[in-house]
Each structure stands twice: as C-alpha cells, then as structure tokens.
Design a protein around this ligand. Structure first.
Ligand code: FPP
Length: 252
C-alpha cells in the first residue's frame, strides 16, 4: 500500500480519483463465519478486526477519504455478556495496538455513539485516540461504538432543546443546523453504505446521514472482506446514478 501518511493528500496511486469520498460499512457476519468453522463467535469478531485493518488500508489505497464502520450497536447489549466483553476488549486492543500506526499514517480517529455506558478505561482510551489524531486530515476513520442512529438523533435533540431553553440558540432549525448536534458533525454524509453478510437491513446505522447514500448489500461475511470486495463495491457504486431527489438532465 502507498502508506496513508506519505503525501499531503491521498496519492490515489493505483486507485480511483473519483472514488466515493465517504464509505460506511455495516460489518456483519462474524458469528456466521465462526459458526461455519466450528469456532466460537468471538473468533469471528477477532478475524473481523483483521478485516477492518485490511479495509482501512485498502480504502486509503483506493482514494476513499472517510471510512465509518459499525462496531457495536446500542442493541448489541442484548448479546451474552461474554460476547459484549469481547467486543469491548477488541476495541481497546485495536486502539492500543494500532493508534501509533494510524497516527503516523495521518489518520484522524473518531468514535461516535453514546460515551455514557462505556467502561471508564475505554472511554479514556477513545478520548486519547481522538485527541492525539485531532489534527490529522489525510484519512478519517470513524468507529461507531455503542452507536444507534435513533439514540444519536435523540441525544442531539436533547442538547438542542437545552440550548434553546438556555437562550443559547435562536432562529429556525435547518438541516445544517441540526447536523451540528449529531456525533458526525464534522463528517460529510456517506456516499456509499455497504453491508456484508447478505442481510438487507440498515439496522439503525447513520439514519440521518445516509439519506441519499447508495446502499450495497454484499454476500461476503465480514471476516472474509478484502480489497477486491471493496474495489468491486466501488465499481458498482459508479454504475449507480445519484440524483439527490432531482431528475436526470434531459429526462423531462
Ligand atoms: C456483526 O456480526 C458484527 C458485530 C456485531 C461486531 C463488529 C465488530 C468487529 C468487526 C470487530 C470489532 C472491531 C472493533 C474495532 C471493535 P454478527 O456477530 O452479528 O454476525 P452474525 O450475524 O453472523 O451472527
């Protein structure tokens, strides 16, 4: 890979300069991957972290600037405690192990979702990762952890309502104004949302932000996802025609 941090802007070396700017991924299928091999579900999640590493690298190579991945949803608390603990442990290990490399490569790390409810050591680590990479802009990796879009929208609305009550904001609320209260306030909307594992659902992921995203559902289980799958997703994205609610020029 052309390392992410070696030039002021992404090199697109071997990549596609017209790549979608922001790709978001619902990394699904870890459990099925493990089950098919007679392994515990946690083994699927561990291999899922490797797929995440591969994908961050591939995304940089292919000219994508923003990658957002769904790692733990507000609904995942319903899973057995041991699995929940594994997912928390994997986030911790990933940040601990990869932070310096991500930093060197000019990656800005963000973690979106509800901080409340995260164990203090993980919340602290996440704060540190965000702080230490805050001035990076070559590539933006956003990890949705303890994230649910409805929860995000409710939290945003609560903060907005408090600001109104305190007289801190006045005037009409616009789309752009509301977005300032979302966890993703500094991020462009995703152009492409990919879900692996062959399920056709959005599962409470980026409901506001993905309003006009192209959606792609691929059959591969997340631990098997690799650069060629991402390349093929980008090719399929290019076949789509994005109209943002308008009509194709010349169609009327
Ligand atoms: C969905 O597969 C996947 C998750 C709930 C967790 C995703 C987590 C990772 C890819 C690894 C963790 C990475 C970090 C950075 C914490 P599933 O378990 O629902 O699979 P199934 O539908 O086949 O059961």
């Amino acid at each position: 890979m052309a390392r992410l941090g070696t030039s002021p802007e992404p090199s697109h070396a071997g990549g596609d300069p017209s790549a979608p700017q922001h790709v978001a991924i619902i990394m699904d299928g870890n459990g099925r991957w493990a089950k098919a091999r007679g392994l515990p579900r946690t083994a699927g999640h561990e291999r899922g972290v490797e797929a995440l590493r591969r994908t961050v690298e591939a995304a940089g190579d292919l000219g994508i600037r923003y990658l957002t991945v769904f790692s733990f949803s507000t609904e995942n608390w319903r899973r057995p405690a041991a699995e929940v603990n594994t997912l928390f442990g994997l986030l911790k290990a990933y940040v601990q192990r990869d932070l310096s490399r991500l930093q060197q490569d000019g990656v800005r790390v963000r973690v979106i979702g509800q901080r409340e409810g995260l164990p203090p050591d993980i919340a602290e680590l996440v704060d540190r990762a965000e702080r230490e990479t805050a001035t990076n802009s070559k590539f933006h990796l956003t990890i949705a952890f303890n994230y649910g879009a409805r929860n995000e929208i409710l939290r945003a609305t609560q903060v907005y309502a408090r600001a109104i009550a305190a007289g801190e904001v006045t005037g009409e609320l616009t789309d752009a104004g509301f977005e300032q209260y979302l966890d993703t306030k500094d991020l462009p909307d995703p152009d492409l949302v990919i879900r692996t594992s062959g399920e056709y659902r959005i599962s409470n992921f980026l409901l506001w932000q993905a309003a006009y995203a192209e959606l792609l559902f691929v059959d591969v289980l997340w631990p098997d996802f690799n650069k060629s799958h991402l390349e093929s997703a980008i090719s399929r994205y290019h076949e789509r025609e994005r109209r943002f609610g308008a009509v194709t020029p010349g169609a009327t």
